[in-house]
Structure formats: C-alpha cells, structure tokens
Write a protein that binds this ligand. Structure first.
Ligand code: ADP
Length: 162
C-alpha cells in the first residue's frame, strides 16, 4: 500500500496541447493519484489560442483520465502548487535543448520551495521533435497536423477556418 496521496501539477502554455503533451500526461497519471494541469495565463505573452480555448481543448482531450483536473493559473507556480496541495511538478524533456531552461526552472522552484520536487518524463521518440510552436507554424501554412494533435485541437482549427 502506498503511504501518501501523490498530487502533482503539470504546468504549461498548451498553446495548443499536442500528442507529445498527451503522452506525458497519460504516463504521469499511472504514477500520481491526482494531476492538476495548470494552464499558464500570461498577459505579457500573446498566445495563438485564447486561454478559454486552451483550457477547453485540454479538458476535452484528457476527459478519459479520471485523476486529471484542468485549471488556468497566473502568478508563481510554487504558490499555485501550495494552494492546491501538490508536492510535485511534472515536466517533459525532449532534446538536450530543453535541458538548460528546465534545469534552471527546477532549481529556482526548489529554492523557493524545497518540498516541491520536479519530476521529468522523457519524451517518447515519436514526439521528440514535436512542439506547440511547430504545430502552429504548420497550421498557419495550411499543412496537415492531424497526426500531431488531439481531435479537440483539429476541431477548433477547423471552426476558425470557416
Ligand atoms: P511552456 O510554455 O511552459 O514551455 P509547453 O506547453 O510548451 O509549456 O510545455 C509544457 C511541458 O510539456 C514542458 O515541460 C515541455 O517540455 C513538455 N513538452 C512539450 N512538448 C513535448 C513533447 N513533444 N514531448 C515531451 N514533452 C513535451
């Protein structure tokens, strides 16, 4: 029997959610009892999809996973994690290029709250090249992204094109 209820936050812009994110979330859900997907509301950074749409697409995509809760947040991640009672942050790692930023963020968050552990999931090789910005670039040029993103994202893009 496990001793402690394990609750994590999975923060990100999710602009939009991709199949790479879904893979990380599904794998993390096998380990954690509850995961709050925390969608960053950043007024300084212009997003392609509105916050409302990003939340909606993530909710639709993860509705088959019972321990997932989807919320938006602004401010410090350590404060949000504290508020929801999470003791871990989930992040995904792709190529070496992700490492420096993730390393800095993990150490900064640990400095602010030593009880909050960052847990990294290594990408599946199928998604190692996949990023939200890559998806947006292809979509803007009318390329086919059906293999890269969940159905909810494809539906949203189709609605926009009408
Ligand atoms: P942020 O704006 O905070 O970088 P993203 O929405 O781009 O947020 O990503 C959230 C998390 O998901 C990050 O840890 C990122 O490295 C990870 N991630 C994004 N795409 C992939 C992928 N294809 N495979 C694995 N992890 C990924």
């Amino acid at each position: 029997m496990r001793e402690k209820y394990k609750k994590a936050v999975c923060p990100g812009s999710f602009d939009p959610i991709t199949n790479g994110h879904v893979d990380i979330i599904e794998r993390a859900a096998k380990i954690f009892d509850q995961i709050n997907i925390a969608i960053i509301e950043n007024p300084d950074k212009k997003s392609f999809f509105s916050l409302k749409d990003r939340v909606k697409m993530v909710k639709e995509t993860t509705k088959h996973i019972p321990q997932i809760k989807v919320e938006s947040f602004h401010g410090l991640l350590v404060d949000y994690s504290n508020k929801v009672g999470a003791n871990a942050i989930i992040r995904g790692l792709r190529a070496v290029s992700d490492f420096e930023y993730e390393f800095q963020m993990a150490l900064t968050n640990r400095k602010m709250n030593p009880e909050l552990e960052t847990v990294f999931f290594m990408t599946d090789h199928k998604y190692s090249y996949l990023s939200s910005s890559f998806v947006k670039q292809i979509a803007k040029l009318d390329g086919d992204i059906s293999e890269l993103v969940p159905q909810a994202v494809l539906r949203n893009l189709k609605r926009r094109q009408k």
